[in-house]
Design a binder for this molecule. Sequence first.
Ligand code: DGL
Length: 268
Amino acid sequence: MDGYIGVFDSGVGGLTVVKEIIQILPYEDVVYLGDTARVPYGTKSPETVSRFSLQCLKFLSNYPLKVVVVACNTVSSTSLDVLKDNTDVPIIDVIKPGASSAVMSTRTGKIAVIGTKATISSMAYVRAIHNIDNSITVYQKACPLFVPIVEEGLQDDEIALIVARRYLNYLLDKDIDTVVLGCTHYPLLKGVIRKVFSNDVQLIDSAYQTSIAVSEKLNEMSALRNVSREKPEHLFYVTDIPNDFQRVATNFLGWDYVYVKKVNIDEE
Ligand code: DGL
């Protein structure tokens, strides 16, 4: 059966997941939606995030979907059940893959999770980590300015380092050896986050693990795997002016050009 891998996020963050998916599943068609008109999601209530996410899901459902990847920790931690109740397509989230890699990585048994306000207050990572190993101490820190910095393409600017130090200093004396980048925007800030933590600290980016989960899901339902080896289609949609998204996407994916189309999903 032919079909797309549908992926969505509030903005450019989900591209970190798309990049890994394209890397390990190079023949699959992908349709991406960034809800840039309403980013950030991470400062909004779970009810609002659920409403926006359902509209994203409905938009993606205009395509024949094999699987939906919720490439957003905020949505994964607040709205997964609502999404699952509204589609028969398998849904893959980003929390479980990140939590299990973090548990595998830690030696000190002390993990930090950084994310949006909504993700941190949902405690979704704490639960996911404790489901695997209850003895692990989890420290959490919300970093709400990180998403606008990335959306503006300022991840390599000195402002990003100042903000990172301000948020992350609190974690430095806690004997943490593993930090979960609990927001899909944050891998774009790896450079500055790395400058704050010592080199012994592992930064866990759930993008790679999530793409493995997608691949396993397609293998599990082997009829879903695209074996045609034809050039795949990669479609990118946003809900507001595409320019900034296009610039960040072209840069981040390392392509010559990324065609991005604006759509209205309010009516979905
Ligand atoms: N990239 C998203 C996440 O993983 C959303 C960030 C936001 O919109 O606040 O949480």
